[in-house]
Design a protein around this ligand. Structure first.
Ligand SMILES: Cc1ncc(COP(=O)(O)O)c(C=O)c1O
Length: 402
């Protein structure tokens, strides 16, 4: 199947499993079903219109972080009242567009942002529904570049120094704003549940305190972050996560929101790449493939591990190899020091668990057109994004000196 797809659509190629996306989304929903809750899929993990469209059919809302992602979510059929706008730096234009579209809520992350939202709401003669994203200073135990919970990061409004409470009071007294509650997201790829629990308990303490003052705190947005097993073929432990949040929130009178991204999408995508050459270095074997860091940046950006497997018959391992792309950077690798069989020129390798934070981070570095994206769903193959060519890339540029 993988070889057929590689032949038909060329490589490098992202292949998603629609059935898998549906199953993972359903498993997440089932795990939190005892709660009065809404699930906003984190668009940033995989924002392909086809992925969003399929999740929209399952009833998913969207957690977005830009005006562009809002457009995608709306075009894919996600209703505005199921869209939450997160992120630390929204422009006035983005805020205006969000208010105009009538999305469910904006999660504000600073006093200045709150002021901008209020002013734009006043100018456009409407009220903006706003939650405050708070910083509870909890270390998620993940990679530094995807940890957002500590006070040293740019995310959220500090709870410890009283700023979050002060701003929530301000939000409640602002006639241009409708208080929606509090939000927290401490990071991505969390493999342990304790940091989530710590953060959620901190959030509850603050929410209870604000309610005790008579303020309206209808909703707690619990963010995303549930990790996946990149080393083994295992579904994320939705049930353990569900049991933990149910234990904390089932007896409490708060509506809760979730923003899962990676846990829905990662396992449901593979990245197919074709072997160009096998090169014997002085002390290493390099398998040079046509997929590179511009197609899948996670290995070099986060030292992330993805299993890499030849798609044909299993053959005996002959030694270690680095699987590298053609980009002119030593950091351009998909895997290092992997036990691999003999690999022939032209052979297809599958990079597994590449459905989240893969295609969304593609770039054109080295003037490499992006990989194509296809989805297999209900036994049919759908092209989500055709391969571009260099002509497409150059179309938007001008040379004033020619
Ligand atoms: C605010 C917010 N919500 C949700 C997510 C999704 O996280 P994950 O893909 O780890 O579930 C992110 C990503 O880091 C985020 O920044």
């Amino acid at each position: 199947m993988a070889v057929d797809l590689a032949e038909r659509f060329g490589t490098p190629l992202y292949v998603y499993s629609g059935d898998g996306l549906v199953a993972h989304y359903a498993a997440f929903e089932a795990a939190v079903s005892e709660l009065d809750c809404v699930v906003h899929y984190a668009v940033k993990a995989n924002s392909s219109l086809g992925v969003l469209g399929l999740l929209a059919q399952q009833g998913a809302g969207a957690d977005i972080v830009s005006g562009g992602e809002m457009k995608r979510a709306l075009i894919a059929g996600i209703a505005p009242d199921k869209i939450v706008f997160s992120g630390v730096g929204k422009t006035d234009d983005e805020i205006r567009a969000a208010l105009q579209a009538g999305i469910a809520q904006i999660n504000a992350e600073s006093a200045t942002e709150l002021r901008h939202i209020s002013q734009i709401a006043a100018e456009t003669k409407q009220q903006a529904a706003v939650a405050l994203r708070v910083n509870v200073n909890v270390d998620p135990g993940s990679h530094a570049k995807i940890s957002t919970g500590q006070r040293s990061t740019k995310f959220g409004i500090p709870v410890a120094n009283g700023e979050a409470a002060m701003l929530y009071r301000q939000l409640c007294s602002d006639p241009n704003l409708i208080p929606r509650g509090l939000a927290v997201h401490i990071g991505s790829q969390l493999r342990k549940l304790d940091p989530f629990e710590l953060a959620y308990q901190e959030l509850l303490v603050l929410a209870d305190m604000l309610r005790a003052e008579g303020l309206d705190v209808p909703m707690l947005d619990l963010g995303g972050g549930l990790g996946v097993d990149y080393e083994e073929d295992k579904t994320p432990d939705f049930d353990a996560y569900g049991q933990m949040v149910t234990r904390i929130f089932a007896s409490r009178d708060y509506k809760v929101g979730f923003e899962p991204g990676r846990s829905i999408a990662a396992d449901n995508g593979v990245f197919l790449t074709r072997t160009l050459f096998v090169k014997k270095g002085e002390n290493k074997r390099f398998i040079i493939v046509d997929g590179a860091m511009n197609d899948l940046i996670r290995p070099t950006l986060y030292e992330a591990f993805h299993r890499i497997e030849p798609v044909g018959q299993p053959n005996p391992v002959i030694g270690l190899a680095d699987i590298v792309g053609p980009v002119c950077e030593t950091g351009d690798y998909l895997g290092q020091g992997r036990a691999m069989p003999a690999i022939a020129e032209g052979e297809i390798l599958a990079v597994l668990s590449a459905g989240a934070y893969g295609a969304v981070m593609m770039s054109n570095y080295n003037t490499r057109p992006e990989a194509a994206e296809v989805m297999i769903h209900d036994e049919a193959v759908h092209v989500l994004r055709p391969r571009r060519n260099v002509k497409d890339l150059l179309k938007l540029e001008h040379n004033p000196f020619s």
